[in-house]
Design a protein around this ligand. Structure first.
Ligand code: SAM
Length: 252
């Protein structure tokens, strides 16, 4: 599958923003890294600016890059006059002509389904990292239950949108153990006051990485891992965790 065929989940930026609005728990973790390693900062796959905007509000110099123009337009609108540089580009091929002390990518790397895509991103990150800079990113930990399929629709969560309508979000999961790709198909349903019903179906394929595989990928693409955590409180990765968070540096 092409990277661009896998972006349906981000077609409605406002809806994404309603469902993903909190700075915690990852925001403070990235801010601590910026305090430690410095600025400027580049955020890959910044989406609607959930992290970018509060980081800029804290006075840090940050560039936000994303490939979906609707996500960036909403980010720009929300940021108003904040001095953020917004770049519409594919993280597999971007050339900004400057280097960054921190490059961060939250909830992004697992969108890179094929090794060629992962290596292209890592090469461009390397080219944009200052010599003492760090690349910090997270992926899902392939916890045993994330390797199971559930063809029966499960309720995931619900919320009330700005129009006062309750949106229920449910879905199915599928795991392809050869490609190591998990497909979550989200089904969003809501009803307007006039009784009109809406249903939006959005499949999203995400690559699951095993810890040793990711360490090898980083190593053979010229990175040294400084830290590997299992949550944003900096706990060392353990079996119960849902995430793997890597902080790495380019080997020179
Ligand atoms: C789960 S969202 C995360 C957004 C943001 N980082 C956050 O934490 O709220 C994933 C983002 O990755 C972006 N994305 C996916 N593939 C991309 C690519 N090849 N280049 C740049 N952005 C990409 C999507 O447009 C989307 O905004």
């Amino acid at each position: 599958m092409n990277v661009f065929d896998n972006l349906i989940e981000y077609a409605d930026a406002a809806q994404y923003d309603e469902e993903n609005s909190t700075f915690e728990p990852d925001g403070p973790f990235f801010v601590d890294l910026i305090r430690q390693y410095g600025q400027p900062v580049l955020e890959l796959a910044c989406g609607t600016g959930r992290l970018t905007i509060p980081i800029a509000q804290q006075g840090f110099s940050i560039t936000g890059l994303d490939v979906v123009s609707g996500m960036l337009s909403l980010a720009k609108h929300k940021a108003a006059d904040l001095p953020i540089e917004w770049i519409e580009a594919d993280a597999r091929r971007f050339h900004l002509g400057k280097q960054f002390k921190v490059i961060l990518a939250g909830g992004f790397f697992q969108h890179l389904l094929e090794r060629a895509d992962q290596e292209a991103v890592l090469a461009h990150v390397r080219a944009h990292l200052a010599p003492d800079g760090v690349f910090a990113f997270n992926v899902f930990f392939p916890h045993a239950d994330s390797l199971e399929a559930s063809d029966v629709e499960q309720e995931w969560f619900s919320y009330v949108n700005p129009q006062g309508q309750t949106v229920t979000v449910s879905g199915t999961d599928h795991y392809d153990s050869i490609r190591q790709v998990r497909t979550e198909t989200a089904m969003r349903r809501w009803t307007e006051v006039n009784g009109q019903r809406h249903e939006l179906i959005a499949p999203l394929q995400q690559r699951l990485f095993f810890p040793q595989e990711l360490e090898a990928l980083l190593h053979y693409n010229g990175f040294t891992i400084l830290e590997r955590y299992g949550d944003y409180d900096r706990q060392p990765l353990a079996e119960e965790h849902r995430l793997m968070i890597f902080v790495c540096q380019a080997r020179r």
